[in-house]
Design a protein around this ligand. Structure first.
Ligand code: COS
Length: 374
């Protein structure tokens, strides 16, 4: 297994880095302070093909793999973590389910415009009373004629209000995971509206809020995958989504470390040892994330590795941002370091909190042990 980047991947990284430095970074402070959507960066990412990085060329995508994806999200996040999460959610959890579970018609209808970035995607799983326990969701989908009617409320939805397509999970019958189905809901579907949009402490350029489904009538072609198999769609999407969030965390950690290396105290022994520890964790995180991506790209099981990468990289981002801040207590509001610190926290919570990642890892460890001893 090769986890170092070869020539083509290094060139790809340099290419994304140049775009991020030229277009994304100059907007980052303004996007953060004015809580505004990074229009220029997302448009630029679409023009470069980054929004369709994981979509095959036959649907107009770049046809790159998850190893490139994690590199891409890291480079974007080094410049602006808000831009990175918008691209990440769009390209992974909103687009990949159509790739894996969509019919030929659903792929033809949605993938080209998602790949070009003309339609922004979102993933609507979480509800006010079901966050970590996703199988407890209450949004209902009832049959009407040969189609469906959806009613319920989703919350903490990234790209809310901006998305032209929501992958929505709703209960079609039955208890817990077995009763959940996935639906493709156009952003302008009558009966669906944006509720409260949250004023967060970080990732201010990424809109997060409620999605209210009052009585959303959909045709039979809205069902994504088999009826009653939506939970598997969600879990599969989150597995690779967590690789992307690892990349986002690595980008925040790298930006904070770069800020640390520029501090006047950086070369003093105490500080330099701390910075050395941070750089070591950052590199270990890269290897975990790339390993998960490598497994995913080969069609091998990668759930455990994606959770390990997400857990380790997001804790690393928080610890590096917080550790560098401790070396630079004079960091001002609006500085890169202060933004990294505020941005990092959400990553330990979303796409499955880090407690959930520990649960996923532990279940697989215990499952393997019982298979070995059984
Ligand atoms: N890939 C595919 N299928 C999976 C899977 C995965 N990674 N993990 C679980 N499943 C399947 C199981 O195989 C099971 O299917 P069968 O009943 O057919 O065997 C089904 O899903 C239910 O699995 P399980 O019993 O493990 O579900 P739990 O209710 O115990 O929940 C966790 C599992 C906690 C892992 C899940 O609720 C979770 O990931 N929660 C966090 C949600 C999240 O990340 N939200 C963030 C949204 S984006 S901000």
């Amino acid at each position: 297994m090769r986890l170092e980047l070869d020539g083509d991947r290094r060139r790809f990284r340099e290419w994304v880095r140049e775009f991020a430095a030229a277009v994304v970074a100059p907007q980052a402070a303004d996007v953060d302070s004015r809580h505004r959507f990074p229009e220029e960066s997302i448009r630029g990412a679409g023009e470069l093909g980054l929004m369709g990085l994981l979509v095959p060329p036959e649907y107009g995508g770049a046809g790159r793999d998850h190893l490139d994806f994690v590199v891409c999200v890291e480079e974007l996040a080094r410049a602006c973590a808000s831009t990175a999460v918008i691209v990440d959610v769009h390209a992974s959890v909103a687009t990949e389910p159509i790739l894996f579970f969509g019919t030929a018609e659903q792929r033809r209808r949605w993938l080209p415009s998602l790949a070009r970035g003309e339609v922004l995607g979102a993933f609507a799983l979480t509800e006010p009373q079901s966050g970590s326990d996703a199988a407890a969701l209450r949004t209902r989908a009832e049959r009407r004629g040969d189609g469906w009617v959806l009613r319920g409320t989703k919350v903490f939805i990234t790209n809310v209000g901006r998305a032209g397509l929501y992958v929505v999970f709703a209960r079609t019958g039955g208890e817990r995971a077995a009763g959940i189905s996935a639906f493709l809901v156009p952003g302008d579907a009558p009966g669906m509206r944006v509720g409260q949009v949250f004023d967060k402490m970080g990732l201010n350029g990424s809109p997060t809020g409620e999605l209210v489904l009052e009585e959303v009538a959909l045709g039979p072609d809205a069902l994504l995958g088999e009826e009653g198999k939506g939970f598997q769609v969600a879990m599969r999407a989150l597995d690779s989504g967590r690789i992307g969030i690892s990349g986002q965390a690595l980008g925040i950690a790298a930006a904070a470390l770069e800020a640390g290396l520029q501090l006047p105290c950086a070369a003093e022994q105490g500080s330099s040892f701390e910075l050395a520890d941070m750089a070591t964790r950052l590199e270990a995180g890269r290897l975990l994330a790339r390993h998960a991506a490598w497994l995913c790209d080969r069609g091998l099981p990668f759930t455990r590795e994606a959770s390990m990468a997400k857990l380790f990289c997001t804790d690393t981002a928080m610890d590096v941002a917080s550790g560098v801040l401790a070396l630079a207590p004079q960091a001002t509001e609006g500085s890169v370091l202060e933004r990294c610190f505020r941005d990092a926290k959400a990553l330990q919570i979303y796409e499955g909190s880090n407690q959930i990642q520990r649960m996923v890892i532990a279940r697989r460890l215990l499952g393997e042990r019982s298979r070995v001893s059984g």
